[in-house]
Design a protein around this ligand. Sequence first.
Ligand code: NAP
Length: 302
Amino acid sequence: MKHITHNDADLTAFGKIVDGKAIAATIRQSLKSRVKKLKEQNVIPGLAVILVGDNPASAVYVRNKLRSCAELGIASSKFLFPTDASPPDILRLIEDLNANPEVHGILVQLPLPPHFNVTDILETISASKDVDGFHLYNVGGLVVGNTVFPPCTPYGVVKLLEHERVPIEGKNVVVVGASNIVGKPMALMLMQKDATVCICHAKTRDLAQFTILADILVVAAGYPKLILAPMVKTGAVVIDVGINRLPTGQLVGDVDFEEVRKKAALITPVPGGVGPMTVTMLLENTISAAERKTAKADSISI
Ligand code: NAP
């Protein structure tokens, strides 16, 4: 007899495709009302985005972020620099933005050109405006379980799992990919939710021996068809973070979607899965920053 608690997803069915776009739209609706409340207090949440160089993917990401801000009523400003921009100029701009009360969030689009010291740049952003969650202070907060800016992509995955009512506590989670922006924070967030977490990376020997154990498999490696159906446990929840452009122009994830879908209980598509959630979490972090700032100002004025 299957036992499903009232709030948990039914993970005994197969191949449910998680509609990240629809979930993101629902969350954005609730964010709109938070923006409205801030506006009633004469506060317009503000995001500053710095883009250095002409990486076409970065340009697309920045365009999406700015468009999403506009849709929600978040004020955004864009600062464009050529590839040979001088790092001190960017550091000075960040200092100015740190001091600007109308800017609640600052984001430097990565990757930066090779002559930049990324750590220097990220550490210059005020920890209270670090909406990407990459400042060491916020990374430390993540480790001890109380960061105020969870990094957007893994935060989006957590929100997807919550929305689909996937139980996390006590589950075996395998995260494939150990980057600072996706894999590591993902593992920490799910560990914080009492999952048993294993992280795999490029030097993991026999990846399948780990992935097959996963109740929840999160894949963020950047290789098409890295995860094939025999590597996945029947009834697993499969979250595909990867974004790969095939020579045909098609956009695919890291998971063999059609085959894995037949075994998985839930699976995210690419595109339309994790992607829309990432930008939504950036908006949420920006609004939260504005709310915190406003609450602080209120409590000081009392
Ligand atoms: P990254 O910095 O290149 O990191 C990739 C990670 O995967 C590394 O830890 C690497 O291991 C590991 N890896 C590489 N090949 C592997 C293999 N064969 N088996 C197991 N692990 C392997 O990339 P990232 O920034 O984390 O992004 C990962 C993917 O997610 C990319 O496709 C990216 O485009 C996508 N992404 C999507 C979103 C979204 O919103 N949907 C957001 C961010 C990133 P080592 O550490 O040993 O090198």
